[in-house]
Structures are given as C-alpha cells and as structure tokens.
Write a protein that binds this ligand. Structure first.
Ligand SMILES: NC(=O)c1ccc[n+]([C@@H]2O[C@H](COP(=O)([O-])OP(=O)(O)OC[C@H]3O[C@@H](n4cnc5c(N)ncnc54)[C@H](O)[C@@H]3O)[C@@H](O)[C@H]2O)c1
Length: 346
C-alpha cells in the first residue's frame, strides 16, 4: 500500500514513522503547508529506508504526482475536511486524526465524499485499541461483569504548555474537541447508544491571559437515548510541573458492576535530579526502534480494512455522533441551557 502523510507535526511524524516502518506499506510522500517541515520529515525516511519520499506544500499537487492508495491526515483539529475531500476526490482511502471534524457539516461532508468515492474513511480513535478499554467494552454488555452503562464520569487534563506552546492552533480548538473527543467516543462505544442531549459550562481565564483564546476547562453533562448519563471534564491548564502531559481517569458504573480506569499513572514513575516523570506506554511505546501500542493497532486495523474492503470500527460514518455531540456541547457553552443532539448512532 502506497501511503502519503498530510501534516508533518507531532502526530504526522508518528504516522510517517509507522508507514515507513510497516513492511506491507511504502511511505511515498509528506505534505505540510510549511514545506520545510514536509522536507525534513520526508528526508528522515528517505535516508533511513534508502528510498525516495517526496515532499509537498500542496496536497493536490502531491495527489496528482504520487497517486497514493491511502492518505494519513494529521492536520489541526479544524483543518481535517479539505485534505479528506481532496484525497477522496482522487480515489485514495483516508485515515484522519481525531476529532473527525469540528462541525457536523464538515463531518457529514467527509462521510458523503467517502461513500460516493467508495473508499474507507477511518478516524484514528486509537484509544479504542488500548487493552483495558477493550476489556471495559467487553464487560459493559447486558450480561457482562459491569452490565449496561448507567453512569460514566471522565476527567482528562493536559498541562498548560500543550495549548500555550505545543499546539499553535489551540485557539481554533478547545479541551473538549482535543481531549473529550477520545472519552466521548469510548463512553458512546461502551454504552452502545446514541446521545440525545447535552448541557455544558466552562471557564476562560488562564489561557486568555496567555493570549490563547479558548476555554481553560469544560464540564459537559450528556444524556443517552436509553437513559444512561455521563459527565466529561476536560481542562488545559495543569501546571507544567505535572510529571506527564496528560492526567486522566474514568469511572464506568453499570447495572451489575463498576470499572475504574486510572490512566494517569501507568505504574512507572521515575524520580531524577531535575524532577519526576510518569511515562505513558498505552498508546505508543518503542521496541527495537519500532513503535507499538494502540496507535499501531489502529493503523493496522485501517490497513486491513483497506485491503479487505471492510468498514473500520471507527469509520467516519460511525463517528458523526461524537462530532455532533461536541458541537452541541460548544453551543451550550456559548448560549447556556440544554441542547438537543442529532446522533445517527454507530
Ligand atoms: N490520536 C491521538 O491520540 C492524538 C494525539 C494528539 C493529537 N491528535 C490529533 O492530531 C492532529 C494533529 O495534531 P498535532 O499535535 O500533530 O498538531 P501539530 O500542530 O504538531 O501539526 C499539524 C501540522 O499540520 C500542518 N498543517 C496545517 N494545515 C495544513 C493543511 N491544510 N495541509 C497540510 N498541512 C497542514 C501544520 O503546518 C503542522 O505542521 C489534531 O487533529 C490532533 O487533535 C491525535
């Protein structure tokens, strides 16, 4: 499979690494609006693999020249639609980073373009492939250990340097688009249900004072069609002294049992002369120079779906409800009150 990567930032670099090291695939091109970034990433793998990886600033030019079978898209949250539509128009399969889009209109446009092109469009909700999340999914059935979901509570926080310096586009996103997107997908998957309404409140102070025009923290209350309820808290202002980029946990209470997910501490804590750190390994870890973990499982799932013509577990079609729920959460934040959600389900 010939694959191109669009967006040569933090995640695009990881996508490129996976495809360049995957024996069944070839990384053929890298695109970034910043050509220097694209060139740097392309040259890393051209040199390492003794092959030619082309670099472009223009996705249309790349699609015309390189004709990739698939495109891995890792552009900022609010810039997913145009590269998805461009790739699908040229007949390439698409793997796009979460969140699928930052509006329901964009999400629907991507799903419709995928359907008319007859191509696979998968959203990289790689957290679904973390083994403990699969375990909770298996336990949240009618007869499972946890049973049907009654209430879930999720908290996800990033250190302040993530929005203040890592993501230059944080002002066009929010902690909910960036962080809750993951947990909303997980709880909707555990509950096997559709969201019907949301109510949210938020706070803006710390990031605004640092020139980043977005929410510091968001709390959203979500109701499902079958009666389950869930709350999602996301924040972007943890101090940079916190020993990892993200802190997060989730409780899932069912009608037969309870599952507690402490994802903040994955058991390893290292205390050195300059401070402490808690490295995370569930999504990505390295063995002998290659990456493993749920990120790898998710991209291999995409590759398999393309090869065998299957619909991915996290296809764009199945993820429209996550985008429409997050859009309604932001509407509630801006206007107050409860907002109805149109979630077409999974
Ligand atoms: N799956 C996960 O666990 C996970 C984790 C972190 C980030 N993400 C997602 O990955 C995406 C990228 O995040 P990041 O941290 O790599 O951001 P980043 O800012 O490091 O990289 C984005 C890159 O895209 C480029 N770009 C912007 N618009 C473009 C366009 N139209 N065409 C081509 N290139 C363009 C920018 O120049 C930049 O190099 C986001 O949607 C983010 O939410 C996913």
């Amino acid at each position: 499979m010939r694959v191109a990567v669009v967006g040569a930032g933090i995640l695009g670099t990881r996508h490129a690494r996976f495809w360049a090291q995957q024996p069944s695939a070839d990384l053929v091109a890298v695109v970034d609006l910043d050509l220097g970034r694209a060139e740097q990433l392309a040259s890393t793998w051209s040199t390492t693999n003794s092959c030619s990886v082309a670099s472009y600033a223009d996705i249309d030019q790349m699609l015309r020249d390189a004709h990739p079978d698939a495109v891995s898209i890792a552009t900022p949250d609010n810039a997913h639609r145009d590269p998805c539509l461009a790739a699908l128009a040229m007949g390439a399969h698409v793997l796009v980073e979460k969140p699928l889009a930052t509006s329901t209109a964009d999400a629907r446009a991507i799903v419709e373009a995928g359907a008319s092109a007859g191509r696979v469009v998968m959203v990289n909700h790689s957290m679904r492939w973390i083994p403990r999340h699969r375990e909770v999914h298996a336990a949240t059935t009618e007869t499972g250990e946890v049973g049907s979901v009654v209430v879930a509570h999720s908290v996800k926080s990033d250190v302040v340097s993530v929005p203040a310096s890592m993501l230059r586009w944080a002002g066009q996103s929010s902690p909910a688009w960036f962080l809750t997107a993951h947990d909303l997908d997980l709880v909707r998957w555990f509950a096997r249900d559709q969201v019907t309404k949301v109510w949210a409140q938020g706070s803006r102070k710390v990031l605004k004072a640092r020139g980043v025009n977005t929410w510091d923290a968001i709390q959203a209350s979500v109701a499902f069609r079958g009666g389950a309820i869930a709350s999602f808290e996301s924040s972007w202002i943890h101090p940079d002294t916190y020993p990892s980029l993200t802190d997060d946990y989730m409780h899932v209470i069912g009608d037969r049992g309870v599952a507690y997910l402490d994802r903040g501490r994955e058991s390893l804590e290292v205390y050195g002369p300059r401070g402490s750190r808690q490295p995370k390994h569930a999504t990505v870890y390295e063995v002998d120079g290659r990456i493993h973990g749920s990120f790898r499982h998710a991209l291999e799932h995409f590759e398999e779906c393309v090869r065998f013509g299957r619909e991915p577990e996290t296809s764009a079609r199945r993820l429209i409800g996550v985008v429409s729920t997050l859009e309604s959460i932001h509407r509630s934040l801006e206007n107050g009150g409860t907002v109805d959600v149109t979630d077409p389900g999974q």
